[in-house]
Ligand binder design. Structure first.
Ligand SMILES: [Zn+2]
Length: 254
């Protein structure tokens, strides 16, 4: 039993072998996964996938990198999709200061609007945060995101930031980087995160775990993330699989 809480199986990287990739995930023991639709192109492809596979659920939202492309009516589009029984979260939303495709002020507005929507309909959020730790915590606090909670996806911050996110009621999700030899910080943070706030993910096709680093990532590799998390927590892989799956089911109300 494994739950990949963040994957992009609709991505073009899987166009030639999507069926096999999904079958490999099932064979690896993945019983649930959340596919993320994050802009005008990937929201419809995500919805197509979740309608096809009963073990697949969707998060829909507007990515900070694409914030500048959000138009009138898009927030309403997301709101209407949230009525779909397979949509369990709004995301990924957040801040990305690494790529400067969308100005910070626009990213902030789009994030605040979507937290507002999540509170209105009572749905958890999936947060993407790249190089924006301080502002993300500030906005989550100001917009009262603790009312809905959610996931800090592929958490890469310090323990200090982690504590602030935990205080806001968020879960922390870890992926491939915890399998890297040189990734000290995410490993340290993972060892300190309370078991009932821990989640695992792949973010495939990105962030491929060791020993496949440099190749395309896929959801079956969440088993490698579970192994690394189990070693860091000093518990069995079965225990990590059970607890992280339970945490995700409860958070998403599945
Ligand atoms: Zn993602």
């Amino acid at each position: 039993m494994l739950f990949d809480t963040h994957t992009h199986l609709d991505a073009a990287e899987f166009d030639n072998d999507r069926e096999e990739v999904i079958q490999r995930a099932v064979d690896a023991g993945v019983t649930r996964m959340i596919n993320i639709g994050f802009n005008r192109e990937t929201i419809p492809t995500t919805m197509d996938l979740v309608e096809k596979y009963d073990f697949m659920y969707a998060a829909v939202g507007w990515h900070p990198v694409d914030a500048i492309t959000m138009k009138d009516g898009d927030l309403e589009w997301i709101a209407s999709l949230c009525q779909h029984e397979k949509v369990v979260a709004i995301g990924e939303i957040g801040l990305d200061y690494h790529w400067d495709t969308s100005p910070k002020e626009i990213q902030h507005t789009v994030l605040r609007q979507q937290i507002g929507l999540a509170r209105e309909i009572g749905m958890p959020i999936v947060i993407h945060n790249r190089d924006a730790h301080e502002d993300i915590v500030k906005i989550l606090r100001e917009e009262k995101a603790s009312e809905v909670g959610g996931i800090m996806h592929s958490f890469s911050g310090s323990w200090e930031t982690a504590e602030m996110c935990l205080d806001l009621g968020f879960h922390l999700s870890f992926g491939g980087p915890i399998t890297f030899k040189n990734a000290k910080q995410p490993k340290e943070v993972l060892t300190k995160v309370p078991m009932d706030r821990l989640l695992i993910e792949t973010d495939s096709p990105y962030l491929t775990p060791h020993p496949y680093r440099g190749k395309r990532n896929e959801t079956a590799h969440v088993a490698l993330v579970a192994e690394a998390a189990a070693a860091l927590k000093g518990v069995s892989v079965e225990e990590i699989a059970r607890i992280t799956t339970q945490n995700a089911l409860e958070l998403f109300g599945i």
